[in-house]
Design a binder for this molecule. Structure first.
Ligand code: GLA
Length: 390
């Protein structure tokens, strides 16, 4: 990346007040569980977004995306979703801050200049959009002394994604980007938003991401549909078991009893979706025990099981992701692999023996190219701190 202070100076002819970095994330296990009140086990990574900002006084926001060399200027008030995707990640957050302040005369409405750049691959399922939203809100929080906590910022950026990007995402991506700690994974309980951190000790293994280089168009509509399918399932379970509040109170037996062979669900996949969710909630809790016991092999087996559930029951995988997971299944040097994030493209996450990483990358790349005619991209990742001032 370029020196963003220099770029800011070139764009706006003055110094930036502040530079903020916000990372992308991986998720070891716990997929599509965040909006289902389950657990996730993400970590922030060594790929990030950077923003540089300074206040204006004329009521406009000047946004410069350095990687695209695009400049967009908008009035700071009455902001609406914009046709340019990256612009929404900035203004969506501004709108949340304005709602929070609920003051027509707040200085924020006088506008600001912002430069943006990053090295998180876009559309790869590493939460580049959440990283932008978190970087922007963190910067505004500092610059205008808004006194938001990181938790408030996570909730506000999530809301921004719902309203300005149209994806009814859970809290995981924003939470992980903001709260990451170096070399630690966080177990986030999405029912009460409490988290605990654990050092990730991989004993001679390395986390490597394989990027399909695909982002299927269905991703955001199917994502929202999965959410609705799960809501439908929980409503039906509640009819029979009124004490049930969320999937956390539901057993696999209850899912089968209420949803399998339920005539009102004919032609739907509500049973399959909910079965996956309760299995996965259970699996994450067991996987954390494996991690704490240093049993990487048992942990990795659960990653494979998660992939199978995502592919066969939750139906958010795609042929390219399945090819990549199948390519390493049964390889004694790969303890675990699965698709990661929302699905329909993006990356798989693999835990690979350090000494075998190069060899496995070569084999998988060749196979992927043969089967899909596409070039595999590979990212070894390190676990880094969350959003911070640079
Ligand atoms: C996307 C969403 C997250 C989460 C994952 C799936 O990354 O933004 O909230 O639901 O998909 O686990």
């Amino acid at each position: 990346m370029q020196d963003i202070r220099v770029s800011f100076q070139q764009c706006f002819n003055r110094d930036a007040t502040l530079v903020v970095q916000s990372p992308g994330r991986i998720n070891l296990i716990g997929e599509h569980t965040d909006y289902n009140h389950g657990f996730v086990l993400p970590a922030a990574i060594d790929k990030c977004v950077e923003v540089a900002v300074a206040k204006r006084t004329d009521g406009t926001i000047h946004m410069h995306a350095l990687d695209l060399n695009e400049l967009v200027i908008l009035k700071a008030i009455a902001l609406q979703p914009h046709p340019t995707t990256w612009v929404n990640y900035i203004i969506g957050v501004v709108v949340q801050a304005q709602k929070y302040l609920a003051s027509a005369s707040h200085e924020l409405n006088n506008g600001f200049d912002i430069c943006l750049q990053g090295n998180i691959p876009i559309g790869a399922g590493l939460s580049s959009s959440a990283a932008v939203e978190c970087a922007v809100l963190f910067a505004l929080n500092e610059m205008y002394a808004l006194r938001l906590t990181k938790m408030q910022m996570a909730l506000m950026t999530q809301q921004s994604e719902h309203e300005f990007a149209g994806v009814k995402c859970g809290i995981m991506d924003m939470y992980a980007s903001l709260h990451g700690k170096k070399d630690q994974v966080m177990l986030l309980d999405c029912a009460n938003l409490e988290s605990s951190y654990y050092p990730l000790v991989l004993q001679g293994y390395q986390i490597v991401l394989f990027d399909t280089q695909i982002k299927h168009e269905l991703a955001s509509t199917e994502y929202n549909t999965r959410r609705l399918e799960c809501e439908k399932g929980i409503q039906l379970i509640q009819q029979k078991y009124p004490a049930v509040k969320t999937f956390r109170d539901v057993s696999a037996t209850q899912v089968a009893e209420c949803l399998q062979n339920n005539a009102s669900l004919e032609g739907t996949k509500v049973y399959e979706r909910c079965k996956y969710v309760v299995d996965e909630i259970q699996r994450v809790q067991l996987a954390v025990k494996d991690l704490l016991a240093g049993d990487i092999a048992a942990f990795g087996q659960k990653m494979f099981a998660t992939h199978q559930g995502l592919s066969e029951l939750y139906d958010v995988s795609c042929p390219e992701l399945d090819i990549l997971v199948n390519a390493v299944t049964g390889n004694p040097h790969v303890v675990g692999a699965r698709m990661m994030g929302g699905g329909f493209g993006g990356c798989t996450i693999n835990i690979i023996k350090e000494t075998e990483v190069d060899h496995i990358i070569n084999t998988v790349s060749t196979l992927y190219n043969q089967k899909t005619k596409r070039q595999l991209k590979v990212y070894p990742v390190q676990i880094e701190q969350g959003t911070h001032i640079k």
